[in-house]
Design a protein around this ligand. Sequence first.
Ligand SMILES: Cc1cc2nc3c(=O)[nH]c(=O)nc-3n(C[C@H](O)[C@H](O)[C@H](O)COP(=O)(O)OP(=O)(O)OC[C@H]3O[C@@H](n4cnc5c(N)ncnc54)[C@H](O)[C@@H]3O)c2cc1C
Length: 419
Amino acid sequence: MTTVSAGTNWAGNYEYRAATVHSPRSVDELQEVVRRSPAIRALGSRHSFNDLADSPGDLVSLASMPAEVTVDEQLRTVRVNAGASYGAVAGELNEAGWALGNLASLPHISIAGAIATGTHGSGLRNGSLAEAVTAVELVDGTGELRRFARDADDDFPGTVVALGALGVLTAVELRVEPTYEVAQHVFDGLPLAAALESFPEVMGAAYSVSLFTSWREPLIDQVWVKRRTGEPEPGGDFFGATPAPVDRHPIASMPSLNATPQLGVPGPWLDRLPHFKLAFTPSAGEELQSEYLLPFEHGVEALQAVASIADRIAPLLQISEIRSVRGDDLWLSPAYGADAVALHFTWVQDQPAVTALLPELERALAPFSARPHWGKLFELGAGQISGLYPRIGDFTRIAGSLDPDLKFRNAYLDRVIFG
Ligand SMILES: Cc1cc2nc3c(=O)[nH]c(=O)nc-3n(C[C@H](O)[C@H](O)[C@H](O)COP(=O)(O)OP(=O)(O)OC[C@H]3O[C@@H](n4cnc5c(N)ncnc54)[C@H](O)[C@@H]3O)c2cc1C
């Protein structure tokens, strides 16, 4: 086992306070580390923008364990090492003729880290990445290896989007389907009024649809339409937007080199569903992110509320993305209980200014019961969060039983969940 100091998150805006990061090579070694440590948390690929992953004691990373991709063709599930990245797993799965239903905007994130925060892609029919989980295995606070499966445990819906508060996930099982192809079409210049007038039709125009706007004018700068081959091709005029003549980066002024291929050219699911190619780092990390998910039925009103403070948002914004996520039953999922629209903001890296703006944005979205993305920047505290999650009491109950010595607690969980 190797042990190193923790360093910073991917964006460099947070320096972990944990003294060390342990890298066990087996589940036995991991159990030993958890038993010995008075305070420990799992670290994924460090893509969260806040102090969620940090620990007042130690961190543990499973990144150096092999991905171990094992497909059960009959059950249509794949079992993988929880610390593996989606990119590593997707390649092996595809070679074996299988596919995941969806991916986030980048494939570099770890599976355990992504499902812990409810990370999602887009698509009215697509649940979050956590929604595809059928079972998890974790080392709890006593060092015991536990398994929770969707078809066997009543508490399973609390164990997937779990913020690292229940233990260290060692293995995850995910639903798979036969491999498929996706073609990506990008459209320029959708008037905001047209997007709002036909919002369900725009977001439901294909398997996965993302809208990008800089909020500098009442315009959706780009619409990314990811269609499974077999679905009808979107027409030349997309609700008033026109087909992009070349591949685009979501920020039109940036080179498209690291973006996945577009112009309607079909390709394997894993090379089209993420916006960014696996082989490239999506950006230098000079950004901050926030995101809020709210019931899809309030999407238009929520976008109007954001538009009403666009003059405050635009100066701090690199780009905003609007996506949809199918509702699920996972207790701490931001898409719990209803289909959701996700309003994402990639900010410039000016944390004091972003932190000062977030309460205003949160006030604008409060009437729609907007839930913040757990892994991004937000200012809501436990008082507000508890009212947004009807099963939060059940979650704290299982946290109490799996982590009796509070080994997996940190400042974030005290502030946002247990406070
Ligand atoms: C460039 C960029 C693009 C992004 N795109 C998207 C997107 O398209 N959609 C979206 O929804 N989000 C997106 N995010 C947010 C990102 O997906 C989440 O922050 C996600 O949680 C990051 O996963 P990670 O592996 O880096 O986890 P970390 O940030 O390292 O950790 C997050 C949480 O997971 C827990 N965790 C990690 N490993 C384990 C384990 N083995 N067992 C138990 N708990 C564990 C940690 O304790 C922590 O609580 C993006 C972030 C970046 C930087």
